[in-house]
Design a protein around this ligand. Structure first.
Ligand SMILES: Nc1ncnc2c1ncn2[C@@H]1O[C@H](COP(=O)(O)OP(=O)(O)OP(=O)(O)O)[C@@H](O)[C@H]1O
Ligand SMILES: [Mg+2]
Length: 457
């Protein structure tokens, strides 16, 4: 609305100026024509005088008669135009604004004008048509013109001045209106500035400030959110780590307990049933010195003795498998060697065990290596159908590495992992990871299986 008011006022001012310029143009033209009437009346008198002079009449009669004709036409039409407010020059209409005063002036000048016009026309018509008393008529007419010319000029002067005065007055009025419009426009602009634009600018400034504030607040909140998120992630990670550690500890104690149980069972077997069996065999040796009544009895007894011997050996093997004392007594290398020898004895598989001279390791590491080898070897025997198995044990300053390789049938790891069948592979991995080691298994159907363990010392 504010801008519309300014625009409207500017538009009104512009239209006013355009209208005023046009009317000024008309006014100046009217003043001009009125001034020209004076000049034409003088020319008319002069030409009338000249035409009435016999010598001139002789020489340039035609020229002056033409002149007077043209002057009469222009003079008359201009007078009528001014008087009747209907001025038309060069095909254009001009607005003639005659005031009451000018109208009354025209009423005064009109009889004088008519006398001059009549006599001028008489001269013009008489000059070319020789009539009786031509000279007298001409002189009479000329005298009439000259007598009235002065009064006409004086009156016309007044009219011209009046036109000029009124035109100036109109200019002044228009100037005043323009000034008024300018002051109005200026006041409106000042008022709009004070009551509309300034409050709007202040408001916008306020809104921008609030926006900036809320943006910085948002950024702060966002930062806090990110921090909280990070803290949350960290807490979750820690919780996860804690859980993992707890699980590790649980698994470790479980395995430790298992190992302890095995050892206890092995000792019981060895020291209990094993000793009893040994006693039984010693007794049977004594009984052997007695004479049997027949050979059948002797043979049965020999078979009994063999059975006792086999049971002793089987008990030893079971006891050994449960917890080989050689592992705690001599270390992992001899223990694995005995294991491989035992397995070779009962199967056709050729076992190639390669190892460096590894020093004694921590008990947990040795048990881990032994149990993994045991499980991997048993798996290879049970499933691979490979004619040979290779076991490699080596170490460096930081790690002990163990690998068990067979070139047998292999298997699809994903299928086995999904099937939840058996726990041998899982236990191998768990044992290695419990000691912060790594466990890798590769198996391809038809190509065999490779298991690699690395445990930090
Ligand atoms: N060396 C291998 N050659 C071919 N297949 C194997 C070999 N090792 C394991 N497998 C396959 O992977 C499966 C899972 O072995 P894993 O040792 O976990 O369980 P398991 O031997 O069946 O039972 P568990 O060891 O608990 O007595 C086996 O059933 C077998 O099909
Ligand atoms: Mg197994």
């Amino acid at each position: 609305m504010a801008l519309l008011a300014v625009a409207l006022l500017s538009l009104v001012g512009q239209i006013l100026i355009q209208v005023f310029l046009n009317s000024l143009l008309d006014d100046s033209h009217v003043v001009n024509i009125a001034g020209r009437q004076r000049m034409l009346s003088q020319r008319l008198s002069k030409t009338a005088v000249l035409l009435c002079l016999p010598q001139v009449f002789q020489a340039d009669a035609e020229h002056y008669s033409q002149d007077i004709k043209e002057i009469i036409t222009l003079w008359e039409s201009s007078h009528e135009g001014l008087k009747n407010k209907n001025l038309k020059t060069d095909g254009r209409n001009y607005t003639v604004r005659n005031s009451e005063k000018i109208d009354s002036m025209f009423r005064q000048i009109d009889p004088i004008f008519q006398v001059i016009l009549l006599n001028a026309k008489t001269i013009e018509s008489t000059i070319n048509k020789p009539v009786q008393n031509q000279q007298e008529v001409l002189h009479n007419a000329r005298n009439q013109i000259l007598t009235n010319e002065r009064a006409f000029l004086q009156m016309m002067n007044k009219i011209v001045f009046q036109y000029d005065l009124e035109s100036r007055e109109r200019v002044d009025t228009t100037k005043k209106i323009e000034l008024f419009l300018f002051i109005l426009l200026f006041s409106i602009l000042i008022l709009e500035g004070a009551f509309i634009f300034r409050p709007i600018a202040n408001n916008i400034r306020f809104v921008i400030k609030r926006l900036t504030d809320s943006e910085s607040n948002l950024r702060k909140t966002n930062d806090e959110l990110v921090k909280t998120q990070e803290a949350l992630v960290q807490a979750t990670e820690e919780k996860y780590k804690l859980q993992l550690a707890e699980e590790k500890i649980r698994a470790a104690s479980l395995m430790e307990g298992q190992e302890g149980e095995r050892k206890r069972l092995a000792a019981d077997l060895h020291d209990g049933i094993g000793q009893m069996l040994t006693g039984l065999r010693l007794h049977s040796e004594k009984v052997k010195s007695f004479d049997f009544t027949n050979t059948k009895q002797a043979k049965s007894f020999e078979e009994l003795q063999n059975l006792i011997q086999e049971t002793i050996e089987a008990t030893r093997t079971v006891s050994f498998n449960l917890a080989p004392s050689v592992l705690s007594d001599f270390g992992v290398v001899p223990a694995i060697r005995i294991l491989t020898e035992q397995v070779s004895k009962v199967t056709d598989i050729k076992i190639d065990f390669q190892s460096q001279n590894i020093p004694r390791l921590h008990e947990a590491i040795e048990t881990c290596l032994y149990r993994i080898t045991q499980e991997a070897l048993h798996n290879a025997v049970k499933y691979s159908k490979s004619p040979s198995v290779k076991i490699q044990l080596s170490d460096n300053e930081t790690f002990v590495s163990l690998s068990i390789i067979d070139k047998g049938e292999g298997f699809d790891l994903k299928t086995v992992q999904k099937s939840l069948r058996g726990s041998g592979l899982k236990n191998m991995q768990a044992r290695a990871e419990l000691l912060n080691g790594s466990y890798k298994i590769q198996s391809k159907i038809g190509k065999g299986t490779t298991i690699k363990i690395e445990i930090p010392k």
